[in-house]
Design a protein around this ligand. Structure first.
Ligand SMILES: Nc1nc2c(ncn2[C@@H]2O[C@H](COP(=O)(O)OP(=O)(O)OP(=O)(O)O)[C@@H](O)[C@H]2O)c(=O)[nH]1
Length: 395
C-alpha cells in the first residue's frame, strides 16, 4: 500500500514539474513596437510576466528579414504633389515646327521641287495647284493663291527658286489673314474672371486641349480654374482634374451624368469667389446632329451668362478629319458664338493646309494649334511662322 501511495505522489510531482516547464513556453504575447527604429523588425518575445525575469526584445535586422511579412505597417508618407511650371508660350510654334514634318513633305518639298524647274509651264502650275489641294487648302483658296502667284511671277519676271518660294509664302500668309485678332480674352474684368467655353465634337481633343490651354495661361502668368462640365463622359472630369493638379489649378466638378449647365455655373461662381483670372469650361463632346445635345450646349452658355458674358468660346477641331470636320464645325458656330478655333493633331496629318480652309470657311481665326500629345504641345498660332514651317527650306 505504501508503495502505491509513494508512486502516486511521485507521479503527481513529475506531472507538476512538466506542466511548470511547458506552460510558460506556450504563453507568449505580442510586444509593443521596438524602440530601435525603422531598420529593424520586432518579432515577439516570451512573456516577461514572471517577476525578476528581464527578457530583451527579439529583434532582427531588416536585411535578414527578407520574406517575412511586416508585422507593423510603416506609416506612409503623404507627399505633396509637385506643381509643374509650364513652358513659356512665346515662340512655341517655332520650337514645335518639326512636328509639322508630315505636312511639310507634301506641302513644302513637293511644291519646292516644282518651283525649282527652269520653266514654270502650264503643267507645273497644275502640279502646284494639286499640291495645295491635296494638302487640304481647299479648291477655292487654292485657285486664288495660284492665280495671284502666277500674276506676280509674270509681272515681276521672278526667276530664282528662292524668289518664287518667297512669293508663295507671302500668298499663303495672306490667305491666312494675318490681321485677324488671335489673342485670347483671358483678363478678368468687372470684378469677375474671364470665362472661356471649350466646345467641339467628341474625340477632337477637347479635354486635353482644356488642360493645355490652362498651362498656356499659367505660363503667361494667369491663375486658372477648370469647370468639368463634360458630365457625359465619366473619365473626362478625372482627366481635367489631373491636368489641374499638375499645375495647381482647382477643378469644379459635378455628379456623373449631372447637369452640365449647373457645373459650369458653379465653376464660374467659384472662380468669382476665389478671384482667379480665367475659368476654363470643358463641355461634353456632342454630335452636332443631335439636336437635344446642341440645345444643351446653348443652355450651358445661357446659364453661365447669368454671371456675365462668356469672353471666349473656342471650337476644338481635329485637323485629321479634314474637310468633313468643317461641316461639323459650322453647326457649332450656329449654336454658340465661336470666337476662335483650336486645330488639334496637326502633327498627325499631311494636310496642314486645313488651317487655311478652316479660317476661310468659318471666317473665324485659328488661335491655337495642337502639335502633339505632350502637355506643352499647344502653340499660339502665328501665320508667318506656320507657313515657314510648312514650306521648309528650299535647300
Ligand atoms: N497627336 C496629337 N494628339 C492629340 C492632340 N490633341 C489631343 N490629342 C489626343 O486626342 C485624344 C482625344 O483627346 P480628348 O481630349 O480625350 O478628346 P475629347 O474631345 O475631350 O473627347 P470627349 O471627351 O470624348 O469629347 C487623346 O489621346 C489626346 O492625347 C494633338 O495635338 N496631337
Amino acid at each position: 500500500m505504501e508503495y502505491v501511495v509513494a508512486a502516486v505522489i511521485l507521479l503527481v510531482v513529475l506531472l507538476a514539474g512538466a506542466i511548470g516547464l511547458v506552460v510558460p513556453r506556450m504563453r507568449r504575447r505580442e510586444l509593443p513596437p521596438s524602440e530601435t527604429g525603422g531598420d529593424t523588425t520586432t518579432l515577439e518575445r516570451p512573456s516577461a510576466a514572471e517577476p525578476g525575469v528581464e527578457t530583451p526584445p527579439l529583434v532582427v535586422p531588416a536585411e535578414v528579414d527578407e520574406g517575412l511579412p511586416p508585422l507593423i505597417e510603416a506609416p506612409v508618407e503623404e507627399k505633396a504633389p509637385e506643381i509643374e511650371r509650364p513652358e513659356p508660350t512665346a515662340g512655341r510654334l517655332v520650337r514645335l515646327r518639326a512636328r509639322l514634318s508630315r505636312s511639310q513633305s507634301v506641302f513644302g518639298r513637293g511644291l519646292l521641287s516644282v518651283l525649282s524647274r527652269d520653266h514654270l509651264d502650264e503643267d507645273a502650275w497644275e502640279e502646284i495647284e494639286d499640291s495645295l489641294i491635296s494638302a487640304d487648302v481647299g479648291v477655292e483658296a487654292t485657285q486664288v493663291i495660284v492665280e495671284r502667284l502666277r500674276e506676280r511671277v509674270r509681272v515681276l519676271g521672278t526667276r530664282t527658286v528662292a524668289e518664287v518660294r518667297e512669293q508663295l509664302a507671302e500668298e499663303l500668309v495672306a490667305a491666312l489673314d494675318p490681321e485677324m485678332d488671335r489673342s485670347l480674352r483671358t483678363t478678368p474684368h468687372d470684378g469677375r474672371p474671364a470665362v472661356m467655353l471649350v466646345v467641339g465634337v467628341n474625340g477632337a481633343g477637347k479635354t486635353t486641349t482644356c488642360g493645355k490651354i490652362g498651362r498656356v495661361l499659367i505660363a503667361d502668368g494667369r491663375t486658372v480654374l477648370f469647370g468639368a462640365a463634360d458630365t457625359f463622359r465619366a473619365a473626362a472630369a478625372d482627366q481635367i482634374q489631373t491636368w489641374g493638379e499638375r499645375v495647381g489649378a482647382e477643378t469644379v466638378r459635378g455628379p456623373e451624368g449631372g447637369d452640365p449647365a449647373s457645373v459650369a455655373f458653379d465653376a464660374v461662381k467659384r472662380g468669382i469667389d476665389t478671384g482667379v483670372d480665367t475659368v476654363v469650361i470643358d463641355t461634353a463632346g456632342r454630335l452636332q446632329n443631335k439636336v437635344g445635345l446642341m440645345d444643351e450646349l446653348g443652355k450651358v452658355k445661357r446659364v453661365v451668362e447669368k454671371h456675365g458674358p462668356v469672353d471666349e468660346t473656342l471650337l476644338v477641331l481635329d485637323a485629321t478629319t479634314g474637310q468633313n470636320g468643317l461641316e461639323q464645325a459650322r453647326v457649332f458656330t450656329e449654336v454658340v458664338d465661336v470666337t476662335g478655333v483650336v486645330l488639334t493633331k496637326l502633327d498627325g496629318t499631311a494636310k496642314g493646309g486645313i488651317v487655311i480652309a478652316v479660317q476661310r470657311k468659318l471666317g473665324i481665326p485659328v488661335k491655337l494649334v495642337g502639335l502633339g500629345e505632350g502637355p506643352d504641345d499647344l502653340a499660339p498660332f502665328e501665320p508667318a511662322a506656320f507657313v515657314e514651317a510648312l514650306l521648309g527650306s528650299a535647300a
